[in-house]
Ligand binder design. Structure first.
Ligand code: SIN
Length: 313
């Protein structure tokens, strides 16, 4: 890393009406100028996820890029020995890495490459603020990642419904979507011996923009704690449908060297389930930035049920 980029070349090109912008004219393998960091931060606040093409990053370069935006966490609370040697911050996304981390049955139950719509590791008391995902090997077709703007989804609700959910809290628990507690696989041992769970506001106030966002997701949110189980299921189903509405989403097609950088406090993402049957390889590497404790509309912070704060690697 030697010279700064020339920030005047940076362009920000929106990719859909609500979500995602392609940033060009910046070389992420070099230290960024203050202005370049500010432009990327501004685009993230507006578009929730930004994309870069043709970047020449290795693990060290990806971590160095991330450190210009915050502290980098370990790859995952359940990373175990699946991180590449010497890079505990790297969480590799591939069928092989998931099998090594959680056991084969986990992937078979979840479908290819992990769970449904989610923000990263929301069962933590301080879920990662941002994630940076870099493509190494991509299939010739299929394998796209989708993102959905949950601030826009909140704004799209009727005022009475917004007022109703503003005061609710929900439990997020790792493994809740597939009964991991009963699993005989590695994932079962992990969640039984080191459970991860928190109660977060259903509507989170974004710490930088002040926007209200729908902060539940079908992968990790188990129930709304203030409601009866039946009421909780119906309200969660309604919110899960709202956050997945096509108008709030963007679909990103990976190329080798592509990078997606998203704000987990403002966007959900959906890993693809359309590639594994094709037999093509797909290998991406993710890092995450240390996040803050969510705060609800009433100013109250989330509460931890199990698990520690997730700090820097
Ligand atoms: C992830 O959930 O971070 C992985 C997304 C993907 O595989 O596209």
């Amino acid at each position: 890393m030697t010279t700064s980029v020339t920030e005047s070349r940076i362009t920000v090109e929106p990719q859909s009406g609500w979500t995602g912008a392609l940033i060009s004219g910046v070389d992420l393998s070099k230290p960024l100028s203050e202005e370049a960091v500010a432009r990327i931060r501004e685009a993230l606040l507006t578009w929730k996820v930004v994309f870069f093409r043709d970047q020449d990053l290795d693990h060290a370069g990806q971590i160095a890029f991330g450190k210009q935006f915050g502290e980098v966490t370990p790859g995952h609370p359940y990373e175990g020995d699946a991180a590449p040697p010497g890079f505990p911050e790297i969480h590799t996304v591939s069928p092989e890495a998931y099998d090594q981390r959680y056991g084969v049955a986990y992937r078979k139950k979840q479908g290819a490459n992990g769970p449904g719509w989610h923000a990263d590791v929301t069962p933590l008391i301080n879920p990662p603020s941002h994630s940076i995902l870099r493509a190494e090997v991509v299939p010739p077709y299929g394998g796209d990642t989708q993102f959905s703007n949950v601030a826009a989804a909140y704004d799209g609700l009727s005022a009475p419904l917004r007022r109703f959910i503003d005061g609710l809290r929900a439990e997020h628990r790792f493994g809740s979507s597939f009964s991991a507690e009963r699993s005989k696989e590695k994932i079962g041992e992990l969640v039984r011996s080191s459970p991860l769970a928190s109660v977060h506001p259903v509507v989170r106030v974004h710490p930088e923009s002040g926007e209200r966002v729908i902060y539940v997701n079908p992968s990790f949110t188990r129930e709304i704690v203030d409601l009866s189980p039946r009421e909780s299921r119906h309200i969660l189903d309604l919110l899960f449908e709202e956050v997945a509405r096509p108008e709030y989403t963007v679909r990103f097609k990976w190329e080798p060297g592509s990078v997606a950088f998203w704000d987990n406090r403002a966007v959900l993402h959906l890993a693809p389930k359309d590639v594994e049957h094709l037999g093509h390889d797909r290998v991406l590497h993710r890092i995450t930035l240390v996040g803050d404790v969510p705060v609800g509309v009433d100013g109250e912070e989330s509460q931890s049920l199990a698990g520690e704060r997730f700090g820097a690697a």
